[in-house]
Design a binder for this molecule. Structure first.
Ligand code: GYE
Length: 329
């Protein structure tokens, strides 16, 4: 009898053992590490590879993940929201420990964010914001103040044309339609220049944050508008594309047409130092280390701020010359 009883216990134990081994294997396959090997797995849904800024941002995230010992699952959405949503859903299915993403546009995220919340997977927004009313759908938002960047661009312009009364014709190359940086850089700039009616935005169109589109749209601007005094481009890449169009039209960028851009990546700073761009408002892509830090805190259950702001400055051609040798991106 005793023998029989022991056998039953033994087989019971074996069953439990087999089940837990099986569960462990499954969890590993799914890439969910915390509970099994202590390693954090992060799913990161990147916007794309549209600009120098984005390339530097991707590098920063990948390097910081390695340095922090975080396993990174990375996807590139090629600037399409549907691809980002698919990537996030796949991270949920893989039961990653945390999801981070840079939302290509501001709206349309509630459903997928709710799915992550229901699966108890915390989400961190990096670089760009969402317009969801329910802020419990994400833990924090780390990135720049894009309205402030637009304001800085406008303030430079106001100073540059101080004391002058002639109309200043401005063309604007907007970033990706519906994205937080395009919306905010446009409104921040408009807010500042509206105080003086001599500033007129005579054309404003998206160049999708790319060099090729920036060039194409600037060509059209130049054809349609005989007198352009200023170009405000929402990033360096579009500004650099526009410079090609301006030169091809026989005009001198930085002189015949003053140029203001945002980002301050190396290529932009080089054009600034050469006088082809007149002013760049900095936007730092080096968000990786802070993101990994915050991710660890979230997983440990520590409280973190709802908003983490990136510190930034702005550069004139003279400052660009000094800054260029130290530029990391
Ligand atoms: O300015 C631009 C990039 O979201 C801040 O996206 C980012 C912007 C950046 O494509 O170059």
């Amino acid at each position: 009898m005793l023998k029989k009883w022991s056998a039953a216990v033994l087989s019971g134990l074996l069953v439990v053992g087999a089940l837990s081994a099986c569960g462990g294997e499954k969890a590993d396959d799914a890439g969910s590490g915390t509970k099994d090997d202590g390693k954090i797995t992060m799913g990161f849904a990147q916007v794309g590879a549209e600009s120098g800024w984005r390339t530097a941002n991707t590098k920063s995230i990948q390097e910081a993940a390695t340095a922090a010992g975080i396993e990174l699952k990375f996807s590139d959405a090629q600037q399409k929201q549907e691809n980002q949503i698919k990537a996030i859903r796949s991270y949920i299915a893989q039961k990653v420990d945390i999801i981070a993403f840079s939302p290509v546009v501001e709206s349309g995220w509630d459903t997928v964010l709710k799915e992550a919340k229901d699966a108890k997977i915390p989400v961190i927004l990096t670089d760009r914001a969402v317009d969801s009313k329910d802020t419990s759908l994400y833990k924090t938002f780390i990135g720049s103040d894009f309205v402030l960047e637009g304001k800085k661009a406008g303030e430079w312009l106001v100073k540059e044309y101080q004391g002058k009364t002639d109309t200043v014709n401005i063309v604007e190359l907007q970033g990706t339609t519906g994205s937080a940086p395009a919306n905010d850089r446009k409104s921040g700039f408009a807010d500042v220049i509206k105080a003086d009616p001599k500033f007129k935005v005579i054309a404003s169109q998206t160049g999708d944050f790319t060099r090729a589109k920036g060039k194409e749209v600037m060509e059209a601007f130049l054809k349609a508008n005989p007198k352009i005094d200023v170009l405000y481009a929402h990033n360096d890449d579009m500004g650099l594309g526009a410079i090609e169009a301006i030169e091809a039209a026989g005009k001198k960028p930085g002189v015949d047409i003053k140029i203001i851009t945002v980002d301050a990546v190396k290529d932009g700073m080089t054009a600034l130092a050469a006088g082809k761009i007149n002013y760049i408002v900095e936007c730092s892509p080096l968000l990786g280390p802070q993101l990994m830090d915050l991710a660890k805190k979230v997983i440990k259950g520590e409280t973190i701020p709802q908003r983490v702001l990136t510190e930034e400055s702005a550069f004139t051609p003279e400052q660009a010359k000094t800054e260029l040798p130290n530029r990391k991106y």
